[in-house]
Design a protein around this ligand. Sequence first.
Ligand SMILES: NC(=O)c1ccc[n+]([C@@H]2O[C@H](COP(=O)([O-])OP(=O)(O)OC[C@H]3O[C@@H](n4cnc5c(N)ncnc54)[C@H](O)[C@@H]3O)[C@@H](O)[C@H]2O)c1
Length: 382
Amino acid sequence: MSKDIGVGVLGYSIGRVHAHAWRNVSEVYYPLKLVPKLVAVSGRTKEVVDFETKKYGYTRSYSDWEKVVNDPEVQIVDNCLPVSLHPEPMIMAAKLGKSLFCEKPLARRASDAKRMLDAAEKAKVQHMVGYNYRFMPAITLARNMIAGGALGEVILFKGSYLTTNSGYDSPETTMRWQFDSEMSGYGALSDLGTHALDLARYLVGEVAAVAGAQATYIPERPVVGDPKKKGKVNVDDLTVASMKFANGALGTLDTSWLNPGRMDYLTFEVYGRKGAVRFSLERINELEVFLTEKDPGSSGFRTLNVLAKEHPYMKQYWPNQGGGFGWDHSFVNEFHHYLTSLAEHKPVGPQGATFLDGYRNCLIMDAIAESALKEKWVGVPQ
Ligand SMILES: NC(=O)c1ccc[n+]([C@@H]2O[C@H](COP(=O)([O-])OP(=O)(O)OC[C@H]3O[C@@H](n4cnc5c(N)ncnc54)[C@H](O)[C@@H]3O)[C@@H](O)[C@H]2O)c1
């Protein structure tokens, strides 16, 4: 028997990708036990809110996020606001007994993330962070291979998230919340690097210590509406880090907005003693795999097209049609996982990222920033 469940989305930017996925999940994964209904959306610009309301079929819209959280028909609060606005709505929603979904990173700092985790646990409500890349077929396949021992003991993780982020590499791009630590936490690290760190934990395990370095190459930008005036950028636009994992593996991270030629270059390489995998988001349907072969003369990396119905999630889509899997489908998959866990009263982990995962991710980012400041290795609290 299926039942409707009301969704309220805070914010309409990545929020529209969420709306698209909430609408599609019940068709892609038909039949669902809990069928999401888009009840309400909020955002600051009325014309955009009105447009989104019509386009995605929300029942109503508000200018204030508080009204969405308090709407009695909203049972899932989906937070797509700037990072500084993640804690309050989530804590308020938890107190009202609503289910929580929050975009990444969970918070600006681990201290805020901990308050959110505590509120969710105290209220015993469902909680999940939007680390959607966990729900891509090639990435879930990589995790299954690593967990199944195909690579042997893992010794090295190399993760990158490099982009030009729709013009962030240009000094002419105006000030926005992502450039202000009060709203974002960190810069490229909170925006992009957090995804690569999540994959490091998802694929390899807990990070125990880090040594980071951060730089800001574009220190000021024009203010919106007054381009002659300059605002100060107080976050990193490039972060690098070395990492020691609790299980003995070593790793590296590099993340930046200033990378000519890189559109959405989220990549990882994982090396075990018996094999290796490599992924790039710019080649979303492919996983490069090397498994130690008997004949060294014919061995080498193979590129798997992760498109067959035997691959994770693909039987729900269009296997054999050559069109492949799209970025937006990862949101459909993560909402399916969320709704199924909710219906079955199970936590979303370890496949999905819980608020505990979001908190641990923030601990690593805080440690990288501290290490960069002190110019020495910093332990990550376990
Ligand atoms: N998972 C992903 O791949 C992915 C991609 C993009 C963004 N994100 C995350 O989504 C979140 C939102 O990012 P975005 O790029 O959509 O941001 P954005 O600035 O484009 O949109 C933010 C939304 O919040 C609203 N908003 C902004 N300031 C507000 C305020 N002070 N009060 C009330 N509402 C306000 C805006 O009206 C807008 O609807 C961030 O946490 C970001 O990291 C995740």
